[in-house]
Design a protein around this ligand. Structure first.
Ligand code: C2E
Ligand code: CA
Ligand code: CA
Ligand code: CA
Length: 274
């Protein structure tokens, strides 16, 4: 028994060491990713369910490393948050998305709102609001064409500084959405005091075909005078259901997967006949 235990311990130990080494490698690669130009954005359209027109796009970060290949943001964003790199990466995403949106506008394409995912860690930095204002000034993008997606989480509701920053961003015309809505612990009481514009129904409800919850969130949003968008929409049945229940917008593979800048540009040109 003792020997067995010893072996097991060794195996366990080796696994931990391997994981640690892998993690250190990932961290080191991540620190160099911006400089080495390994990040890029893809854009996924958001569609108005009444007009079927594209109202905006969500910018999604991609990391292509020469040795690791494609690394999912679900894997590297948490690491970037832990090692204090999310501020720099987040700023790169914001600037790139604003620059690209300005490029589309200058080309004469119908104006879109570009949505950027913000980590709650970014709110801990004192100068987030100023940084965003600077980026808008630099790129010349009108703030009404920028949207920020913030994940629903406990801290968001409890911490005054988050609410203050959101209010200031919203005051200058930036659109604020609550991402992954329905998975957190929002108190309904607090929700109507939050400076937000849109609730984004978490993809899991769509996947589980949880019609009751989807309907409740649509009703809740409208009672609070908020817009509501469904994500992860993959089938025409889901589109019909959302339309019948008054959901404002939808996003998902049924309409488009996240697209490269080139492919989205091509699509936008075709849609407006440029
Ligand atoms: P999210 O913000 O909830 O983004 C939606 C995710 O669902 C994206 O995964 C998107 O590609 C995927 N998706 C879109 N439509 C469908 C569909 O119809 N079916 C299915 N099964 N999936 C769909 P992705 O791009 O892998 O991103 C994962 C998460 O990483 C994002 O979840 C977001 O939390 C985070 N993320 C991505 N880019 C950024 C960024 O620039 N900054 C921060 N802080 N987080 C980011
Ligand atoms: Ca999002
Ligand atoms: Ca989401
Ligand atoms: Ca998410």
């Amino acid at each position: 028994a003792k020997q067995n235990g010893g072996n097991r311990y060794k195996l366990y130990d080796a696994k931990i060491e391997f994981e640690t080494a892998e993690r250190v490698v990932l961290e080191n690669y991540l620190r160099k990713a911006i400089k080495q130009d390994e990040f890029f954005l893809q854009y996924q359209p958001k569609v108005d369910l009444k007009t079927k027109q594209i109202t905006g796009v969500e910018a999604l970060l991609r990391w292509e490393h020469p040795k690791l290949g494609t690394v999912s943001p679900n894997k590297f964003i948490p690491v970037a948050e832990e090692i204090g790199l999310i501020g720099t990466i987040g700023e790169w995403v914001l600037r790139s998305a604003c620059v690209q949106n300005k490029v589309w506008q200058e080309e004469g394409l119908p104006p879109l709102r570009v949505a950027v995912n913000l980590s709650l860690y970014q709110f801990r930095e004192d100068n987030l609001v100023q940084k965003i204002k600077d980026i808008l000034m630099e790129t010349g993008l009108d703030p009404t064409y920028l949207e920020l997606e913030i994940t629903e989480s406990m801290s968001m509701y409890n911490e005054d500084y988050v609410v203050e920053k959101l209010s200031e961003l919203r005051r200058i015309g930036i659109h604020i959405s609550v991402d992954d809505f329905g998975t957190g612990y929002s108190s309904l009481n607090y929700l109507n005091k939050l400076p937000i514009d849109t609730l984004k129904i978490d993809r899991s409800f769509m996947k589980e075909d949880n019609k009751t919850t989807i309907k409740s969130i649509i009703g809740l949003a409208h009672n609070l005078n908020l817009k509501v968008i469904a994500e992860g929409v993959e089938t025409s049945e889901q589109v019909d259901f959302l339309q019948q229940n008054g959901c404002d917008e939808a996003q998902g593979y049924f309409f488009d997967k996240p697209l490269s800048t080139i492919r989205l540009t091509k699509k936008l040109r075709e849609l407006c006949g440029v």
